[in-house]
Design a protein around this ligand. Structure first.
Ligand SMILES: *[C@@H]1O[C@H](CO)[C@@H](O)[C@H](O)[C@H]1NC(C)=O
Ligand SMILES: *[C@@H]1O[C@H](CO)[C@@H](O)[C@H](O)[C@H]1NC(C)=O
Length: 502
């Protein structure tokens, strides 16, 4: 697994990656010459974006940077095979160095996340070798210069006032970008390239009648179906396009915030819709020289919770989270009981959530997830621990920190296990069972859940050797009092994952 960059909480971080020309202070000296040498716009070697034959899962069209972009060996990546290990050989033509812009504010909550993000950025930059395309980095800080300036390359701009945000601080994203594109620091640090690469968010689909309908109001000359179902975070975008879209992105976010209907419908997604509508608007504005087509590329990130998208090394379906994603986006907390059951819509005994750390950064050595936790929570925990461990060693972490990830040494799941008793444990751990004359097996799960061929049900030990079984699909909710006999056992390993039984 090669996760490239740690993480950005969705709100309020924006990760915009831009192609760039000049080496910044964070690029190695030897890279400087290589970057200059490739200052011409390599994107011009490729034709305009082509329409993919595959539609995005919501039916929206998708645009490709090169016609074989969705295949195993896209033409625009071919240069990577020619990288020489000899440092005196220049990097191959076709490389597209990019600059990463992280929008942030100066609160403690965003500072500690920025430190972790930048730790993993540097780590992956180094892992990419001398021809890495991850070259420059800028934290675009909305607010006063802060104590992170000496260790993290930062450009600070004034924070937007309430008259701009109306209490929605995320408007600082387009706001700070609007200021930045006119600054000499922007011209000094960044140049160009071509096609925007975005991530499909289901909640950004123009096919949704309510959200899409409101977007159509702001797209008088464009079909709303042509709006890209992406947000501005994360995105890889040509610097000319970023310049072209930012003023509209800001203007629309501003106006949407003041339109009661849009404000109510879009909520925390408001500036994301501002971006997508702005991208679609460029199509119809006669004075707009540049148009943006997005390549929706799901591998750019994964956005797990304990209940979904927990697998990073396997894939199930075209638009499912990709294998080996580049960014772990930790917008959702991951919550577990100690037996590895995910907790949805509440706090687990093991809990990792950025929102646990508004007032104090997470401490070093966060306690490990339960043994039966799924892959994503374990990866996220590992990346946090590694960054915090190293930042602590470098004297860059905090003296006062918040709670760890595990709140108690036992929980409902261990109490449940005790309550199940020896018979319950035998039922769960023993595999599948046949009862009486039935031909189809039953599978008992911890937490009193039952699986049968005809659907789910519940079970509980009611004392001694008696088990109360209720199958939901049985006509009159038939309940069986079964004197348990070990009639037959057939263990299939069903839903058994590495010795962890549900
Ligand atoms: C918001 O207020 C500031 C100062 O109070 C002012 O300079 C700025 O022009 C105002 N912005 C808008 C968009 O009204
Ligand atoms: C620092 O990072 C390295 C990997 O780059 C890791 O092996 C090591 O465990 C980390 N140190 C601490 C104290 O976490």
């Amino acid at each position: 697994m090669r996760l490239r960059v740690a993480a950005a909480g969705l709100v309020p971080f924006l990760l915009v990656a831009l192609y760039w020309q000049h080496a910044s202070s964070s690029a190695a000296g030897s890279d400087r010459a290589l970057v200059r040498q490739q200052a011409r716009d390599v994107a011009l070697d490729w034709g305009p974006p082509t329409l993919s034959s595959k539609r995005i899962i919501d039916g929206s069209p998708n645009y490709l940077p090169v016609p074989n972009a969705e295949g195993p060996a896209p033409d625009d990546m071919a240069w990577r095979k020619e990288v020489s290990s000899d440092p005196s050989v220049p990097c191959p033509a076709g490389r597209r160095p990019y600059h990463t812009i992280l929008t942030a504010q100066g609160s403690l909550y965003q500072q500690w996340q920025t430190k972790i993000f930048y730790y993993h950025f540097r780590k992956q930059q180094a892992a990419g070798g001398r021809c890495t395309e991850m070259t420059g980095f800028t934290r675009l800080l909305a607010g006063k210069p802060d104590e992170l300036m000496p260790t993290i390359p930062t450009v600070a701009v004034p924070e937007a006032g309430h008259n701009v945000t109306r209490g929605f601080p995320v408007i600082n994203r387009p706001w700070s970008m609007l200021l930045f594109i006119d600054m000499k620091e922007f011209r000094e640090r960044i140049v160009e390239r071509y096609l925007a690469v975005g991530y499909f968010f289901p909640y950004m689909s123009p096919k949704d009648p309510k959200s899409g309908g409101i977007a159509q109001k702001w797209l008088p000359d464009t079909k709303v179906a042509d709006m890209p179902p992406v947000g501005p975070s994360p995105i890889l975008i040509h610097v000319d396009l970023l310049r072209a879209v930012t003023p509209l992105w800001y203007e629309l976010s501003w106006k949407l915030k003041r339109d009661p209907e849009a404000n109510a419908a879009y909520g925390w997604m408001l500036e994301m819709w501002g971006y997508s509508i702005a991208a679609a608007r460029l199509e119809s504005l006669p004075f707009a020289r540049l148009k943006i087509k997005h390549f929706v590329w799901q591998r750019i990130q994964i956005e797990p919770s304990a209940a979904w998208h927990q697998t990073l090394s396997e894939r199930d379906g075209d638009w499912a989270p990709a294998v080996d994603p580049f960014i772990y986006h930790y917008t959702f907390g991951v919550e577990y009981l100690l037996d590895g059951s995910p907790v949805v819509g509440g706090k687990g005994t093991w809990s990792l959530d950025k929102r646990n750390y508004f007032g104090a950064a997470p401490p070093p050595d966060l306690k490990a997830p339960p043994e039966c936790a799924q892959e994503a929570g374990r990866v996220w925990w590992g990346m946090f621990n590694e960054a915090i461990g190293n930042l602590t060693k470098e004297g860059q972490w905090y003296g006062r920190t918040g709670q760890s990830t595990r709140s108690r040494t036992s929980d409902e799941s261990t109490e449940l296990e005790a309550a199940m008793g020896a018979l319950g444990k035998e039922l769960v751990d023993g595999g599948q069972w046949l009862i009486g004359n039935e031909k189809a097996p039953l599978q008992f799960f911890r937490r009193g859940k039952l699986w049968t061929k005809w659907g789910g049900g519940t079970w509980r030990v009611t004392g001694g050797t008696k088990v109360h079984v209720a199958r939901q699909r049985d006509k009159h909710a038939m309940k069986l009092w079964v004197p348990m006999r070990h009639v037959s056992m057939e263990y299939t390993g069903w839903r058994d994952s590495g010795g962890c039984k549900l």
